[in-house]
Design a protein around this ligand. Structure first.
Ligand code: DGL
Length: 259
């Protein structure tokens, strides 16, 4: 991409749920997406590793004319966005965080659940988020090891349910009525998760709030007719191809990159 664009990245395919919201809200903005699939899942990595990978990917996006960076990964936001901002103070960053605030506002019973990676659940940023927005609600943080991986591998149907079920059962045991999808991979499996949680549980996804914030920061003067969307992955592109077709409704080529 040789024109100014919005750079978007995730540990893998999860950020496609954010990319879709960005395309809807900013249809004239050029987009460049990097899935760091060769290094997923971030949720099982140390903060140092997530910072190192995020820094490399952002460096790559900036080299490719990104003017705004959307960190389409809750884990990278929790562990790395402060480092990224201090390394590139002139670059605007938009991160994604679990939607505790809307969940607390919507919950009727005052018991909410958050599904997220182990790294996000254990992070200092998560602790502060619950303190800031949890209010009187009981907030149950459910780490879901294996779930992002299963989605990354393209599992669906019963195979995906088998991974998601124990996490959903743990949430149901807490009698929550609202569950936050605190990892960008999970909206790609929202229909299965919703079925496992049953009709009395509402799901919250913050992709749209991220796209709103990006729209505020993106200079409209950089919009163009039929903007390009460039997709790249550091790993396997097969499952990503299928998800891009299903989520974005396009048959776009995916470039394999080494970053
Ligand atoms: N999609 C990422 C998130 O939002 C992380 C998944 C992973 O790589 O563990 O947290």
């Amino acid at each position: 991409m040789d024109r100014p664009c919005i750079g978007v990245f995730d540990s893998g395919v999860g950020g496609l749920s954010v990319l879709r919201a960005l395309r809807e809200r900013l249809p004239l903005a050029p987009l460049a997406y990097v899935a760091d699939s060769a290094h997923a899942p971030y949720g099982e990595r140390s903060p140092t590793q997530v910072i190192e990978r995020s820094t490399r990917i952002v460096g790559h996006l900036l080299d490719n004319h990104a003017r705004l960076i959307v960190v389409a990964c809750n884990t990278a936001t929790a562990l790395a966005i402060d480092e990224l901002r201090s390394r590139w103070p002139q670059v605007p960053f938009v991160g994604i965080e679990p939607g505790i605030k809307p969940a607390v506002a919507l919950s009727r019973c005052g018991r909410i659940g958050v599904m997220a990676t182990s790294a996000t659940v254990d992070s200092e940023r998560m602790r502060k988020l619950v303190l800031r927005h949890g209010g009187d609600a009981a907030v149950h943080l459910q780490a879901c090891p294996g779930l992002a991986d299963a989605i990354e591998a393209g599992l669906d149907g019963e195979a995906l349910d088998a991974v998601a079920r124990p996490h959903c059962e743990a949430l149901l045991a807490r009698s929550v009525d609202t569950v936050v999808l605190g990892c960008t991979h999970y909206p790609l499996a929202a229909a299965r998760i919703a079925r496992l949680l049953g009709p009395n549980v509402m799901l919250i996804d913050t992709a749209d709030a991220v796209s709103q914030q990006a729209a505020r920061l993106w200079p409209q003067a950089l919009n163009i007719e039929s903007p390009p969307m460039r997709l790249a992955s550091t790993g396997d592109t097969e499952a990503m191809c299928r998800l891009v077709r299903r989520w974005l409704g396009v048959d776009a080529p995916i470039e394999r990159i080494a970053v």
